[in-house]
Design a binder for this molecule. Structure first.
Ligand code: AMP
Length: 269
């Protein structure tokens, strides 16, 4: 089975040991994007964890002027502010040939003029993207570590659904969840407690857990709500291109803050 190396390339920082990057937070895109396939400058082994507070040095512009043309026309959810790190928590999903097959069907089934693009790193979001002050990173990660008592579980995917970001600037085609909802809610509850502790926005009151596989600019949710049921109907009832036959084991989740990744293992039972 083909598996994308995107996730094997993903540089994940163990919560108790590693970190390889002392860049100050650069301007970042509001889209949650774990790490690009072409980020090849990755550590080959775990390195000692530096003092995070030592990492902010060098000149950081007070105000960053955004240029959407540099990132496929995407508009930032919030402007880059000195000392604020875009942060989100997610479950990374490895791309399998089944997922690629489904995605090819979807890309072929959607009218070209929407200009859908494949999502680069597949994941299932457990928080919104929030702004974390640099000096809160360490206590936030400690709070997550302390509260994380969640157990490993399996996800089973379901069918295609349309999503729009809160600013209505982008539309996503996602695959929703058939099984695993209760475990995901447990995780979100833990994460919401941490977010509340730091006065950060909580996840949706009614989360619609999904894995985005493609996105385009603009709000096209209504049109897609007509197109996707037809596409769902055309998917085989069983077999590899049917998300209901995919079981994805979830052993850990990741918190990405700025350019840093922290991994949180789930317990066995
Ligand atoms: P993601 O691929 O996780 O970034 O999700 C794509 C978009 O779905 C995000 O921009 C979310 O704002 C949006 N979304 C809209 N409604 C919901 C919901 N109820 N639960 C989760 N995500 C949602």
């Amino acid at each position: 089975m083909f598996k994308s190396n995107a996730l094997s390339l993903l540089s994940i920082y163990g919560t108790d040991s590693s970190d390889d990057d002392d860049d100050a937070p650069g301007p970042s895109i509001s889209m949650k994007r774990p790490r690009r396939d072409d980020d090849t400058n990755l550590p080959s082994k775990r390195l000692p964890r530096p003092d995070l507070l030592d990492n902010i040095d060098g000149p950081i512009p007070e105000e960053h002027i955004d240029d959407p043309s540099l990132h496929d026309g995407r508009i930032r959810t919030f402007s880059h502010k000195r000392g604020n790190w875009p942060t989100f928590v997610y479950i990374p999903i490895e791309v399998t040939c089944e997922m690629e097959e489904l995605r090819t069907e979807v890309m072929q089934g959607i009218p070209e003029h929407f200009n859908f693009k494949r999502s680069v790193d597949l994941h299932l979001s457990l928080t919104k993207t929030v702004e974390l002050k640099h000096h809160w990173i360490e206590p936030f990660i400690e709070s997550l570590k302390r509260r994380n008592h969640c157990k490993k579980f399996n996800l089973v995917f379901d069918e295609l659904q349309a999503y729009c970001n809160e600013e209505c600037t982008r539309t996503f085609i996602g695959v929703s969840i058939l099984h695993g909802h209760d475990s995901l809610v447990d995780l979100v509850n833990v994460l919401n407690q941490c977010l509340a502790e730091f006065h950060l926005p909580l996840f949706y009151d009614e989360p619609s857990f999904h894995m985005s596989i493609a996105w385009c600019l603009g709000d096209h949710k209504n049109v897609l709500n007509y197109i996707l049921p037809e596409l769902n109907f055309r998917l085989p009832n069983e077999g590899i291109a049917n998300p209901r036959s995919w079981t994805v084991p979830v052993d850990y989740f990741v918190c990405k803050t700025g350019n840093k990744y922290f991994k949180f293992d789930l317990s066995d039972s």
